[in-house]
Design a protein around this ligand. Structure first.
Ligand code: ATP
Length: 450
């Protein structure tokens, strides 16, 4: 009776973005930031359930990528880093998208995404946009440090979390007493002034990345690239994605950055098509070389045994946390027919990422006291809900809709026999379990070992 991870083949045709956006707003997963002022394009707030989902995804990632391994360590770097960082990384010069404006309706588009531009509603006799020539638009979000707002005070919010990993490389390796091969991981905010934020949180201006830079000997690029591709695919499968909704897409030679040896995207089949949620890149030694050049600090590595000195190469895994959460929301969603024309909306989250792990439902308000005591016990281990309003069927539905794996019904018999009814979300099967066994029974079902 353990919850199945996800419907084996969720039919994406029944999942639309409108349904996901509406569920997210209605149940408090994700909604526009500054909503009372009309929202702000490309910025989103995560509500009580959204933050639990996102934290669970990050915790799962951290466990897999850092804690489970003795060759990866973590950092948490500043969002604003030294301006020279972005000169060295190439972002100041090259981190731009081609942008065009419509002279009639004044809307702005990415020149390489004109399929999504829609029709112009400001021209007489034509619905075609009257477009300017493409201009490059730098995507880094700018700010000023200190009291004066002149050129010397300009800084940028990091457009990716990995660059501080490279600038911290030498110190972190030394303090962590790591030898190459080893990795540095970070989860945190990144900012991009996207020209056209769209598809809900998919393309936002503020988002989170979970990134690993794994430093290796130049002779081992293929081996480690294959290793991390395998690890990352396993991670996504274990998150509960249906196999047929995920694929790998290798970059063609003309898509690769000039310094890259190989790159593959992990793509998910969103309602709006196959799109990237993570990139796995062989970045060579480009970043460490550039930071060595721009800082004047030698970032090369000398092997203590062989005495060989070399600039480590780097395999990067870069996952978008928000995109992964959005994909998980789409993946989990099902409108399930349960007979007699009845349909329930159910989110098939795996137990690890379910925002609420169990809900305590007393059959009557008169049972509130012992039911609350049970809730308090379970709260020591998990995020648990308590709901005593409405009939029990409606309460089950409320929990199904947010993906709670187990509902625990406390009834009048519970007082005498010391048991509750445990209802499993996906099968809707019910069984009586002794309250004294509940923590261990739930632990076994909620925390499967991968
Ligand atoms: P895209 O081509 O979709 O703009 P990218 O190739 O520029 O993405 P990377 O720079 O490789 O993306 O960033 C790594 C990950 O960060 C992406 O796989 C994605 O999940 C996430 N990401 C990048 N840009 C955004 C964004 N604007 N909003 C949300 N997530 C993003």
């Amino acid at each position: 009776m353990s919850p199945k991870s996800a419907p084996s083949a969720p039919s994406t045709s029944s999942v639309t973005m409108d349904k996901i956006v509406s569920l997210c707003a209605r149940r408090g997963f994700i909604f526009p930031s500054g909503d009372i002022y009309g929202g702000i394009n490309g910025f989103w707030d995560y509500g009580p359930l959204g933050v639990e989902l996102k934290n669970a995804v990050k915790a799962f990632w951290w466990q897999r990528m850092v804690r489970d391994r003795d060759d990866v360590v973590g950092i948490d770097s500043a969002i604003i880093t030294h301006p020279r960082t972005w000169d060295a990384s190439g972002h100041t010069e090259n981190f731009s998208d081609p942008m065009v404006d419509c002279r009639a309706c004044k809307k702005r588009f990415r020149a390489d995404q004109l399929d999504d531009a829609g029709r112009c509603d400001a021209r007489d006799g034509s619905s075609e946009h009257d477009l300017t020539e493409p201009r490059n638009f730098n995507l880094m979000l700018q700010t000023h440090i200190g009291a004066s707002a002149d050129a010397a005070s300009v800084a940028h919010l990091r457009p990716e979390t990995c660059q501080p990993i490279f600038t911290d490389f030498k110190r972190v390796r030394e303090v962590a007493r790591q030898k190459v091969p080893f990795g540095i991981a970070q989860v945190g905010k990144a900012f991009r002034n996207e020209i056209t934020p769209r598809n809900f949180t998919f393309r936002s201006r503020e988002f989170e990345q979970a990134e690993l830079e794994f430093f290796i000997h130049p002779s081992e690029r293929e081996k480690w690239f294959a290793h991390w591709l395998g690890e990352r695919n396993r991670f996504h499968t274990d998150l509960g994605f249906a196999k047929e909704s995920l694929r790998n897409r290798a970059h063609a030679a003309d898509e690769l950055a000039h310094y890259a040896n190989a790159a593959e995207d992990v793509e998910y089949l969103f309602p709006f098509g196959w799109q990237e949620i993570e990139g796995i890149h062989d970045r060579g030694d480009w970043d460490l070389r550039r930071h060595t050049e721009y800082s004047g600090k030698d970032l090369s590595y000398t092997d203590a045994e062989s005495k060989e000195s070399f600039m480590p190469m780097c395999i990067e895994t870069s996952m978008g946390v928000d995109r992964t959460c959005l994909a998980l929301l789409c993946n989990a969603y099902e409108e399930e027919e349960i007979g007699e024309g009845d349909v329930r909306t159910v989110m098939h989250f795996t137990p690890e990422i379910a925002p609420i792990k169990a809900a305590v439902l007393p059959l009557s308000k008169k049972l509130a006291e012992p039911a609350r005591a049970l809730e308090r016990t379970l709260r020591r281990s998990w995020n648990v809900a308590y709901d005593e309003s409405g009939n029990i069927g409606r309460r089950y539905r409320r929990q199904d809709e947010v993906g709670t794996p187990f509902c625990l019904t406390f009834d009048f018999e519970s007082v005498d026999d010391g048991c509750v009814t445990v209802r499993e979300r996906d099968s809707m099967e019910q069984e009586r379990v002794a309250i004294t066994d509940l923590v261990s029974v739930l632990r076994e079902r909620l925390e499967p070992v991968h």
